[in-house]
Write a protein that binds this ligand. Sequence first.
Ligand code: ADP
Ligand code: MG
Length: 361
Amino acid sequence: MSKNQEFVKFDKVDKSYDGKVLVVKDLNLDIAEGEFITMLGPSGSGKTTCLMMLAGFETPTNGEIYLDANPISNIPPHKRGIGMVFQNYALFPHMTVYENLAFPLKVRKISKEDIDKKVDKALSMVSLSGFENRMPAQLSGGQQQRVAVARALVFDPTVVLMDEPLGALDKNLRESMQYEIKHIHENIGVTVVYVTHDQSEALTMSNRIAVFNDGKVQQLSSPDKLYEEPVNSFVAEFIGENNTFGGEIIDLSNGTCKVQLSHGEIFANPISVKSKGDKTTVSIRPERALINPENKMDNNHSGTIEEVIYHGDHTRVRLNILGNSEFILKVPNSSKNLDIKLGNKINIGWNSQDARALDPK
Ligand code: ADP
Ligand code: MG
């Protein structure tokens, strides 16, 4: 049976808290059954508001949200079958792990025998079998968050919402929990809507990512597309590292454009420019620019090395090139014989297809 591609549907959803400012603007978003989708964006971009509307704690100002084809505006939160994990959604401190997990089942009037089975299963999913009688205070931060994940899954929800669930954990634990949550999702196939402001977390975990800014979805894509093919300057800047040149289109033909910079000219891929005279910011990922390229590329320029930073597996080189003194190259440390020294002049090249002419910043 094919999966429902519109399992969750935001249809023309606006949200205003004060009746004046829209913090979510005309949101149209379809989430497939079993998908892991992430809402990624800076603080204040409207991500939590979207989750709250889906959970039923906030009401859309305009538009409707559908769950499995049913409008959910009039369904109260506890009848939506949605599990939730929040950064500050603490466990009940006075209850044991077992009691925390049993709670959402008791509310749903499940029999004691089934509660025991479901609690067992949920704890084993997060590798915490045997922790039933611990109090939350007797668990580490990571273990507490795993119990919170188990509690969100224990009643077999149709959708699980997670709002910055790993935000309070330190870096190593956060990274291992990212894989753990990803694997749980792969094993049980529940639909997950995840919120984070951390782009690497989003890239690691998600099937698709909706990049939010200012209450609007800027781009909805798979992680690789988002990184390789950003559709505007905000996304190019927010995801990964990005070199930019500001300029004006002086020629546009056959899928390539020529851009006049303050110091020189480059060829680029016309993504959001239409005609001569358009202003643009050209975006190039650091690894797309090569030092002394063996094969001829259609952009070849020389620059001066202004900074060299050793990073273990690669070296970051900051160049002054075409009037941009912030141009970053990433040179794999396996590549030998490159004359990477402060003050040296080097030749670099890139393909115009990898230089995306986007909206001006
Ligand atoms: P994010 O989760 O992306 O950080 P939020 O959805 O929390 O963004 O907030 C979006 C905007 O809505 C912000 O400007 C925030 O100040 C405002 N906002 C969020 N919750 C409320 C609320 N309960 N009452 C009034 N304004 C709110
Ligand atoms: Mg938030």
